[in-house]
Write a protein that binds this ligand. Sequence first.
Ligand code: AMP
Length: 193
Amino acid sequence: MRLVLLGAPGSGKGTQAARLKTALGVPHISTGDMLRAAVAAGTAMGLKAKAVMDAGQLVSDDILLGMLEDRLAQDDARAGFILDGYPRNLAQADALDQLLAKIGQPLDAVIKLEVPNEAIIGRCEIRFKAEGRADDNPDTVRKRLAIYAEQTAPVADFYARRGKLQVVDGVGELDQITIRIRQALQNEAAAAG
Ligand code: AMP
């Protein structure tokens, strides 16, 4: 299963991907987690990315593509993957298409978790208090939501035009949301024959 999870920051992509990975038997690949690991490790790339991330902006497409290409080349990704946080703009969606065509692993499904902005702001405030992520402070969350609307929302349209997008309600009990996603994946598989 090769799946992209789309959705605004705080829409629950990471939480749901972590739940789905065991059931689907594929790794959860979060570009945000990979960048945070690079920051924590103090690599040159991490140092460069940190200021951009803390400001709620997007890290450069080149860095992201290189990182993703290396990750998808690892053994565990041969069985498939759940991509969380990539692609975040149209250039990345194109780059992903080309990369997956090159390695002969086209996407099976794209799921967008839909959560209203007011709920997102509340969830990020809770995460900010619990985890202390600098980019979860309320001002930065508003900036990230604006970037999402401007740059990432068109990615959902890009997949919708190809009949690949399924929109799932991301509000409610975690178990219910997981069930909705699995149902959407089954619908996709049935439609693909
Ligand atoms: P996330 O954990 O997915 O919300 O990502 C946290 C931060 O990492 C984002 O606000 C961006 O600064 C950066 N980031 C993660 N994924 C990407 C991406 N695909 N393109 C650019 N920046 C990214």
